[in-house]
Design a protein around this ligand. Structure first.
Ligand code: MG
Length: 265
């Protein structure tokens, strides 16, 4: 395969599967880094801060990763909200339907996290993954949006993911659907497959998008996002989706690879 100037890697299913490390992937990434290629690591999972992912990557043997080489869908949401705040500094009340990592990012960016009972004051409702979701919180959020004009932001659209015991873990997208249905309002979604994450990753690398390859294990987020954004993609078979899924989703990646070592060979 030709060498690209920049690579964007999805993490879960590409570099590791939960706690299991995909060794070849780490070797390949380190080779690309040693050749001077730029790399970014992105994830729709907003449950951790970028610096926590940096620590994890370091721990599993990826050569030094800077904090700004990792982006979560939470970071994308915050960069969007920061721009909004610059334009409307008085609009800083956020009703959070999300976990602690996104709340930390909001506080760092100068937002005020309101008690959900103060929903009438909300300027924004932000939805990310949280296990504390219930009807009451969903109803406050829906009212803030539908009745009181709060903007509806979601970190990512992922509906559910499989977990090791064969069950599923309901995702951010499932919470989004509750609020979207009740408020009859569509959210602005930040993570893959929507273009913002790709746009910001490429901006950070300072490269032309024709020189960048997206590497991911999910056709409907990683690969679809790359296609829609107009960058090349490598679909790696170490994650959730299998080769047969290309037909099912009707999403055709630039490359289908079994190991990240194919990127450097
Ligand atoms: Mg993945």
């Amino acid at each position: 395969m030709k060498l690209y100037d920049g690579y964007i890697f999805d993490m879960d299913g590409v570099i590791y599967r939960g706690d299991e490390i995909i060794k070849d992937a780490i070797t390949a990434i380190n080779i690309l880094k040693s050749k001077g290629c730029k790399v970014m690591f992105i994830t729709n999972n907003s449950s951790k801060l970028a610096e926590e992912y940096v620590a994890k990557l370091k721990e599993i043997g990826v050569s030094p990763v800077a904090d700004d080489e990792v982006m979560t869908s939470g970071d994308i949401a915050i960069s969007y909200l920061k721009k909004e705040l610059e334009q409307n500094p008085q609009k800083n009340n956020v009703l959070c339907v999300c976990g602690d990592a996104v709340k930390t990012l909001l506080r760092r960016a100068g937002f005020r996290i309101i008690d959900p009972k103060e929903y009438k004051k909300a300027d924004y409702v932000i939805v990310g993954i949280t296990t504390d979701f219930d009807w009451k919180l969903g109803n406050y959020a829906s009212n803030a949006i539908a009745v009181y004009g709060a903007k509806f932001i979601a970190t990512n659209p992922d509906i559910a993911k499989p977990v090791p015991n064969g069950e599923i873990f309901a995702g951010t997208g499932a919470i989004v659907k509750f609020i979207e249905t009740a408020s009859q309002t569509e959210p602005q979604i930040m993570g893959k497959p929507y273009p913002k994450m790709f746009e910001i990753a490429i901006q950070k690398m300072g490269l032309d998008k024709s020189k960048v390859l997206m590497v991911g294990d999910l056709l409907n987020t990683d690969i679809k996002g790359a296609l829609d954004f107009g960058i090349d993609s490598a679909f790696v078979l170490t994650g959730l989706h299998k080769r047969e899924d290309i037909q099912r989703f009707r999403i055709t990646p630039t490359y289908v690879i079994e190991s990240l070592m194919e990127l450097v060979n």
